[in-house]
Design a protein around this ligand. Sequence first.
Ligand code: GUN
Length: 277
Amino acid sequence: MNIINGKKIAQNLRNDIAAKVKTLNRAPGLAVILVGDDPASAVYVRNKDNACKEVGFYSEKINKPGDITQQELLDEVVRLNNDDKIDGILVQLPLPDHLDANLVIETISPEKDVDGFHSENIGKLMQNKPYLRPCTPKGVMTMLATTGIDLVGKDCVVVGASNIVGRPMAMELLNARATVTICNSKTTGLSSKLKNADIVVAAVGIPKMIQGDWIKPGAIVIDVGINRLDSGKLVGDVDFDAASTNAAWMTPVPGGVGPMTIATLLENTLTAYQNRK
Ligand code: GUN
């Protein structure tokens, strides 16, 4: 079994971006808004900010109190839409319950929507005319490309149908002319759906839900799940050790998809910069 080393692929991507930034006369700018003090979200936002610094981007980390009003948050997004130093805007999700995440996303200018979550960007991805593409699925496509395996006609099963990962992931694979089945945590007979899968993308958020003997010999297994067990250990949605006896390629957790999401966010911010110029 070959490991798809997301950490290394992400580092290469950041090195390429840093080299490009040196040739620009203005640093690309990313604004990340964090509402409230969810510790996991705070870690993600800090990692994004550090990644910006590493590649020479201008970055603004904006912390807002958990009781911010809907209007105050929308006003902040509009301010950033009109700020010429800022090429990309990201509002860390999930938001507190009293805020409408969809309204916030739709208020971000589609040209600055580096998450690729605005309906205009999702619509373009569905039409196979992508503009800004959601970071995690796009990062997975970059990882798949490193295997050198042609995706055309391959049987892919995406487990998980979230707006952030599962749905755009399925579209990415379809755009690459693969055959795609979208499952979710309630799918009956999941093991029989996986039996013929050349490529499995797991994004359900249930620790070790996908068992090793469900994986077809020679398959590529991409594990987007990051689940913390009571012991403190991080595990994916796939039983890694058992699956590794069948799979030809696998992403580890941690050090797989996670670092790719952030590197791809930087890639999207550079794209947004180039498109705005
Ligand atoms: N929360 C978990 N993943 C993401 C992501 O990709 N973007 C944003 N904005 N929030 C998230």
